[in-house]
Write a protein that binds this ligand. Structure first.
Ligand code: EPU
Length: 417
């Protein structure tokens, strides 16, 4: 096992180029199963989750080749194989195999997902959607069994706004008979990205990015070529790191609109921001004001940036309140930050953060974004070395993190634990 070593206190300076979005990639790869010929994905992030997904598809008989940032998936000879165990268990997003396999084969057996379990993450809305489309869904010994004689379009109202359920229902419904309407759909950019791929494959999906999505099912979909959108969470993490280290960083290859909620909050704190067409410059300042932040579904402040933002708010003067209305208890980074001297208490869905300098410590990443928060915290500390274990979580979502940070002038390295 490796750990990250951080000798902080250096302002980040320079340019960082953002890779393709993880949360798109891990939906786009299984979406390829729905095609009858080769799908080419460009701007693919080089992440452990992406590697696991390609392993899953290969196990099913797809021909997968991966060169640089391009993945070619030929699903022509894919077969319907039960996957109660194996690599599906390693990933949270393996739930997309349910929608994709159900769409293509009208049946699937998928082991319940693993991944970042910072709190119980139910999939009842996914199942509600599959059942509405005509599938029988049972949970047998920790694996979800799905079966349908025929998938038929339906009107589905999501009780909870869910990214995963919206995408999963879209996947299955593209191969159902007739029209499906998803009401109270999630509006995240990754949903539009998946709809764009599916439409290029010949699907008919309208309204992705709004709360009502309409899908006309097709009996067959074909291969295509698609470029993945930039990762707004990775971009936001570097923006926060630039501000926290009082640096000056150009975050390149981003869609600034996807980062509006974060940009607004950084400006409110006193961070300098310059928005360009496909990049954002973050100019750190010596003093920051405390602010209140509420993590909400898109276009609100992203829950995935809540933990990194906690680290930044330790650098502000006064008391900030950061609440998460997407997950009720995504605060596993807080006790770790406390080891570094942070003054934070959690009350219900909120972290109350008193601005205070941090010190170096040995800390543990317990999930992906908690890991990013600890790295940012370590970058602010000028004396001593912060050691972050649990690097495998960070590798799930940050492409070339150490290389990128080193290019920005940080003193960060990996070491065997
Ligand atoms: N929920 C339910 N029932 C469901 C589905 C979700 O109650 O059937 C609840 C969840 O418990 C949560 C809320 O609805 O409280 C939103 O969950 P959502 O389904 O939107 O989350 P997800 O699809 O499982 C994706 C990202 C997460 C990100 C969330 C919210 C992927 C693979 N994961 O998860 O990303 O936090 O959307 O934006 O796309 C991360 O990247 O670190 C990460 C955890």
């Amino acid at each position: 096992m490796e750990k990250l070593m951080i000798s902080g206190g250096r302002p980040l300076q320079g340019t960082v180029t953002i890779s393709g979005a993880k949360n798109s990639a891990i939906a786009l790869i299984p979406a390829a199963i729905l095609a009858e010929s080769e799908v080419i994905l460009d701007n693919l992030p080089l992440l452990s989750d992406v590697a696991v997904y390609s392993e899953i598809l290969e196990e099913l008989g797809a021909n997968v080749s991966w060169e640089g940032n391009q993945m070619r998936i030929d699903p022509t000879h894919i077969i319907s194989l039960p996957m109660p165990n194996g690599p599906v268990k390693k990933l949270r997003a393996s739930y997309y195999m349910m929608g994709a396999m159900l769409g293509r084969f009208k049946e699937a057996v998928i082991g319940l997902p693993g991944g970042c379990n910072f709190e119980p993450r139910p999939i009842d809305q996914h199942i509600k959607g599959f059942e509405a489309l005509g599938a029988t869904v049972t949970n047998e010994h920790g694996a979800i069994h799905l079966h349908a004689k025929e998938l038929k379009g339906a009107k589905i109202y999501l009780d909870v706004v869910s990214v995963g359920a919206t995408i999963n229902i879209m996947l299955a419904a593209t191969r159902a008979k007739g029209s499906t309407i998803i009401e109270n759909a999630a509006k995240e950019p990754e949903i539009i990205d998946v709809a764009t791929l599916l439409n290029s494959m010949g699907a008919s999906i309208k309204g992705a990015g709004t709360e009502t999505i309409r899908i006309e099912g097709k009996s067959e979909l074909r291969g295509c070529r698609h470029s993945i959108i930039p990762d707004r969470i990775q971009a936001g993490t570097y923006m926060i790191a630039a501000a926290a280290t009082r640096g000056n960083v150009l975050i390149d290859n981003v869609i600034p609109k996807h980062l509006e909620a974060l940009t607004a909050k950084l400006i409110e704190m006193g961070v300098g921001i310059e928005e360009l067409d496909e990049s954002i410059r973050v100019i750190g300042k010596e003093k920051y004001e405390s602010i209140d932040v509420k993590a909400l579904v898109y276009p609100g402040f992203a829950t995935d940036l809540q933990s990194p933002m906690t680290s930044l708010l330790t650098q502000a003067e006064g008391v900030s309140v950061l609440s998460d209305f997407v997950y009720s208890n995504r605060f596993k980074h807080v006790p770790e930050l406390a080891r570094m001297g942070a003054k934070i208490r959690v009350e219900g869905r909120s972290a109350i953060i008193e601005g205070h300098p941090l010190n170096a410590a040995k800390v543990k990443a317990t999930d992906l974004r908690a890991g990013a928060a600890l790295v940012i915290a370590g970058l602010t500390v000028s004396e001593g070395i912060t050691e972050v274990t649990g690097v495998e979580f960070i590798d799930r979502g940050y492409d070339h993190l150490v290389t990128n940070l080193r290019e920005l002038g940080a003193d960060v390295w990996r070491q065997n634990d």
